[in-house]
Design a protein around this ligand. Structure first.
Ligand SMILES: C[S@@+](CC[C@H](N)C(=O)[O-])C[C@H]1O[C@@H](n2cnc3c(N)ncnc32)[C@H](O)[C@@H]1O
Ligand SMILES: [Zn+2]
Length: 328
């Protein structure tokens, strides 16, 4: 992190300002290792490998840490050559391509493929994630002047309330322990009139009949390293078979039942990248500690409960998408 970025952070306990209590190492203009201290309650927070840490390094989201550090670039457009993340980010948010002078909060950044898109607008992007995926995001986006990455929890974020012009939380809510509480924690960080964009998996009654639903009960308790090895082996073994299945009518759905996310024919990506996406997806489904899909009625009720204006909730990327502006 850069010293000037300190102004975007506050103590997650008492919202006090933070200052540098101990500076251990600086590389160029980036603080590599330091201790921050809150002027209000005195709590200290470490900066480790350039990233301020407001939660323990390991936590329930550690499988995402492994997922996104092993696949730190897999879903980046600048790696795949396709414009998958760019298209999704701008379609899903409906935000302009240029937003210099604005501030954006990203909650649950993973590898940072959407951080890259948000940063490309020229806005200042504060990007948070609970897991050590922040390390992957830092290696891709941490060098940018308009990006600040921190490891923090959606339930107590180290940023100012009533501050941001825009906030997005994509691919995250269903992976938190209390999805409604996670959603309701977000609007207060926006200025009045600020724009909120979220998405969440859609609930289907038949999800209980999917093999992955039950298998997860065992696999999510395995060590992420061990599970990743198993997923890698399984997908590599199944990959040629999945290609044949994919050619059958409804073949993609059969592959889904077999826990192979085969995007051949969906995304125009090289074979190697498609296989990487498949390994990533199989691991994602089997490892995430929480997966809690929601109904569209429930998501609409959250927007109403939060008093959001211009709320619009519909089916879209990832299941259900919701947009709204903060009214009060
Ligand atoms: C499926 S990934 C999505 C990452 C990224 N938004 C994307 O779509 O590529 C979900 C992310 O949510 C993060 N996450 C889960 N619980 C969280 C919490 N309580 N606070 C902040 N981030 C959380 C995980 O660490 C993980 O990186
Ligand atoms: Zn404090």
């Amino acid at each position: 992190m850069r010293e000037e970025h300190l102004r975007y952070l506050v103590c997650p306990r008492c919202s006090g300002d933070l200052s540098i209590a101990q500076l251990n190492n600086v590389i160029g203009d980036s603080i590599e290792n330091a201790q921050l201290q809150c002027s209000g309650c005195g709590t200290t927070y470490d900066v480790i490998r350039h990233i301020p840490r407001f939660v323990p390094l390991q936590n329930y989201a550690s499988s995402f840490g492994l997922e996104w550090t092993r696949h730190s670039r897999t879903q980046y457009d600048s790696y795949s050559g396709a414009r998958v993340s760019e298209e999704r980010f701008f379609k899903e948010t409906g935000w302009p391509r240029q937003m210099p002078g604005e501030t954006i909060l990203e909650v649950g950044s993973g590898s940072g493929r959407f951080t890259e898109q948000a940063a490309s607008t020229g806005a200042m992007v504060v990007s948070l994630d609970l897991s050590y995926a922040v390390e992957a995001n830092y290696s891709s986006n941490g060098h940018k002047d308009n990006v600040l990455i921190a490891q923090a929890d959606i339930y107590s974020m180290p940023v100012r309330t009533d501050f941001f012009d825009r906030l997005f939380c994509i691919g995250v809510l269903q992976h938190t322990p209390d999805v409604e509480r996670s959603f309701l924690s977000l609007p207060k960080y926006l200025k009045v009139g600020g724009s909120l964009v979220i998405d969440v998996y859609r609930y289907f009654w038949w999800q209980y009949f999917l093999p992955g639903y039950w298998l997860r009960e065992i696999t999510r308790r395995l060590s992420p390293e061990r599970l990743y090895k198993l997923c890698h082996m399984y997908v590599s073994l199944m990959w040629p078979v999945a290609r044949l299945i994919n050619k059958l009518p409804k073949g993609r759905y059969i592959n889904q039942l077999l826990l192979i996310a085969d995007y051949r024919g969906v995304y125009d990506l090289p074979e190697k990248t498609l296989k990487e996406w498949a390994i990533l997806d199989t691991f994602d489904v089997l490892s995430a500690f929480h997966i809690k899909p929601q109904s569209i009625e429930r998501v609409r009720a959250w927007f109403a409960k939060a008093g959001m204006e211009n709320a619009e909730v519909h089916y879209g990327y990832n299941g259900i998408e919701g947009h709204g502006t903060r009214a009060v």
